[in-house]
Design a protein around this ligand. Structure first.
Ligand SMILES: [Zn+2]
Ligand SMILES: [Zn+2]
Length: 163
């Protein structure tokens, strides 16, 4: 994803939007499995002799659910601010070479910064039983019931009735 800014500089604009749409495989990330396309846009701003970019994009990947290990597709949108040819502490740095910028490294950085720590197939995922190894979403088991103290069970039954 290399953007040529020659026209932008020629037109002397203060702002221009560039669409982003390319195959996620071009990122060559192998820490997890990227799927589909990277889509979004870059808003480029020129002010006070400085070039800035606001990059907003969506990426998707598959990862095993942190509880039940079933594969989950996750789609995530992120926003990063770029400072172009002008070092800044907060923003991601992009160098300008022959009036072109390469967005691949900052898109990768933005993914590492925004990717959720874990994936869940659903908030209600019951996970795998540590006792019998059964996926409790598919096949509920009795293990947990047996381990509960009988006195606690009475209390839980009582609470159940009140709900
Ligand atoms: Zn799950
Ligand atoms: Zn079990």
């Amino acid at each position: 994803m290399i953007l040529d800014l020659k026209d932008f500089f020629k037109k002397n604009e203060m702002h221009q939007r560039f669409e982003i749409n390319f195959d996620a495989k071009e990122l060559e990330i192998d820490d997890w499995f990227m799927i589909g396309r990277i889509t979004g846009h870059l808003d480029l701003y020129y002010s006070d002799d400085n070039l800035f970019g606001d990059l907003n994009y969506t990426y998707a990947y598959t990862e095993p659910c942190a509880r039940c290990n079933e594969m989950v597709e996750v789609s995530q949108t992120t926003d990063v601010t770029l400072s172009i040819d002008n070092e800044s502490e907060e923003d991601l740095y992009v160098s300008l070479v022959d009036d072109k910028i390469n967005l691949i490294p900052v898109i990768i950085d933005g993914i590492y910064l925004s990717k959720p720590m874990r994936a869940l197939c659903s908030e209600e995922c019951k996970g795998i039983c540590p006792e019998c190894g059964s996926n409790k979403n598919i096949k509920p088991c009795e293990c947990e019931g047996q381990k509960i103290d009988p006195r606690l069970k009475d209390l839980m039954n009582l609470l159940d009735k009140e709900v």
